[in-house]
Design a binder for this molecule. Structure first.
Ligand code: DON
Length: 562
């Protein structure tokens, strides 16, 4: 009752003050159609920060940095400086950029660190508290992004500092999410953070984060060293000592973001640009899209049982390979070339039966010949033709739930994205093996799939979403919805999604997925499980000189532009 009331209050406040946007009274715009540049992210104040930078003459990378930093303040469940992520960008000069700022395992991490004396997996330790944290990559990533920006960091970080220092009004969704996490915050923190409140949080409450503002100022003044060395590093190390974590000064000082070769593959007349390993996103999006390319999906139509069946089977096959073969390529020889080859994918597709559900117990990862080898997304485009797609994460909502004492930011619980024991599902139900086993310095496998679609070399679609293992299937469906089913951008974002990840052997469907399609799929032999929201997809589509930015209705996501 109380929450419902809070929800009404915020929407009333938002519409009342729609014209006078400030951190205390702001509107959530789901769609913006503009001519020059646009930003779409999980929070209206973060999108607004990016827009301000575009209007000051910043390019898409400048605006993405400002948005990313603002998200770390206004969306603490997933926006972060204590986590990691990936950026995929297409620059106006034609270059494709893939930047990996994924967390890495601390040097003291060991393969079996989450097994007890009897060999049982301790997912409680990989998912919450100090031991769950990987070495954060976000700030190194932001400074690597800065290479492609125009404006100084002091300008780009200013909106975030302001929002942390002077506060902002939280939305109903944020109040709900903070209230739901209170007992975890109390359990895992060694120093009480500002996020703990004795009475419930409600929509419209002001959240002020002085410690975070101080940390952001250190980053502004000292660069990445303001995080990985000096005062902030000291506070992280003291936090580790208090909570028996294992991140050391050398882990922090040694962290580096890595530029990777973007995964680029053709789909019909388009070129798809996406993230390579250590995100599984690129490999399995390519597998699913290349399988889909040969299927008459368009003639079956959106949400037809036949189209859902074939797409779910493509998802099943790709996720079976993910479990066995995918991991950090710097540590494990992943046969990417073979997994994405035409011959291999044809062989895999021959396992799909036209009108009958497959069975995951009968589908294993492909056999390769030995010779071959709470997350958040934002999109930005500018008037010069630069486009940026960034997915960043703490893994679970509020990461490991630990705020670094005195530094004001949450640490991630990304260690759970490793396969902590072969066959034991992580918090998204993903299983893995040797390829994704823990090793010191190794980056844990991700599903994050920041993606661009180019049409004749020009950016056509910018897309991405949070959602754990559902990320790649959601990006897959969003692209198919636009490219094959000619769906509007809003529908591609908001219509119910479905998800198959090989194990468990079922199709998860979002609330609102048509009942008759469910029944038709059940008749084919599928187990269907209804679940809550799948992802929070952000899309920008650029065509005919028009930029259309759409934020997902599943959250507070908001579009801005000019
Ligand atoms: O990297 C990954 O795949 C996960 N850590 C992402 C987690 C996520 O999307 C949570 N948000 N809903």
């Amino acid at each position: 009752m109380r929450l419902l009331f809070a929800g009404i209050l915020v929407s009333f406040t938002c519409s009342l003050y729609a014209q006078t946007s400030s951190p205390y009274h702001y509107a959530i715009q789901k769609k913006k159609v503009v001519a020059n540049g646009a930003v779409v992210s999980a929070h209206p104040l973060a999108s607004r920060a990016g827009l301000t930078i575009l209007q000051k003459g910043g390019n898409a990378v400048d605006a993405a940095i400002a948005t990313q930093l603002a998200l770390a303040v206004v969306y603490p469940a997933a926006g972060n400086i204590g986590g990691g992520g990936f950026m995929v960008a297409h620059l106006a000069d034609g270059r494709n950029i893939a930047l990996d700022f994924r967390e890495k395992a601390p040097a003291a991490a060991t393969r079996d660190m989450y097994l007890d004396a009897s060999g049982n997996a301790r997912t409680d330790l990989s998912q919450n508290g100090h031991l769950a944290a990987g070495v954060p990559g976000t700030i190194a990533g932001i400074f690597a992004e800065l290479k492609y920006a125009r404006l100084p960091m002091s300008t780009l970080i200013a909106p975030a500092i302001d929002l942390a220092e002077n506060g902002f009004a939280i939305t109903a969704a944020e109040a709900h999410s903070l209230n739901a996490a209170q007992s975890s915050f109390k359990k895992y923190n060694t120093v009480g953070p500002v996020f703990i409140k004795e009475e419930s949080w409600k929509a419209g409450d002001t959240l002020i984060q002085k410690d975070l503002a101080k940390t952001l100022r250190l980053i502004r003044d000292k660069g990445a060293a303001g995080f990985y060395e000096g005062e902030t590093a000291r506070l992280i190390l003291e936090e580790m000592q208090r909570g028996k974590g294992i991140i050391t000064a050398a882990d922090l000082a040694g962290y580096q973001a890595k530029e990777r070769e973007a995964t680029v593959f053709p789909y019909k007349q388009y070129s798809i640009v996406t993230m390579p390993l250590p995100s599984s996103g690129g490999v399995i999006l390519q597998q699913m899209m290349k399988m889909a390319e040969e299927l008459p999906l368009k003639s079956y139509g959106f949400e037809s049982p036949k189209a859902v069946h074939l797409m779910a089977e493509a998802e099943r096959l790709a996720y079976a390979d993910r479990a066995k073969y995918l991991g950090d390529r710097d540590y494990y020889a992943v046969p990417v070339k073979t997994l994405t080859s035409k011959a291999y994918l044809h062989e895999r597709m021959s396992l799909i039966q036209p009108d009958k559900a497959g069975a995951s117990k009968d589908i294993q990862a492909g056999v390769l010949s030995p010779a071959s080898e709470e997350t958040t997304h934002l999109n930005v485009c500018d008037r010069q033709g630069n486009a940026v797609s960034i997915t960043t994460t703490l893994n679970g909502g509020y990461g490991n739930k630990v705020v670094v004492g005195g530094a004001g930011f949450f640490l991630n619980n990304e260690m759970d994205d490793f396969s902590i024991k072969p066959g034991v599902p992580n918090m998204y139900g993903a299983v893995g093996a040797e390829a994704n086993a823990i090793a010191p310095g190794k980056r844990m496998l991700s599903s994050m799939t920041p993606t661009l679609v180019l049409d004749k070399g020009k950016v056509f679609i910018i897309a991405g979403t949070p959602g754990g293992t559902t990320i790649t299937t959601s990006v897959f469906q969003t692209l198919i919805d636009i490219l094959e089913f000619n769906m509007t951008t809003e529908d591609a974002v908001n219509k119910p999604k479905f998800h198959h990840q090989w194990l468990p052997d079922e199709i998860f469907v979002e609330t609102g997925f048509p009942i008759e399609v469910r029944e038709a799929l059940q008749k084919m032999g599928y187990t269907i499980t209804q679940r809550g929201s799948i992802g929070r997809t952000e899309v920008i589509k650029i065509s005919g000189g028009k930029i259309e930015a759409v934020g997902d209705s599943r959250g507070d996501d908001a579009a801005e532009g000019y």
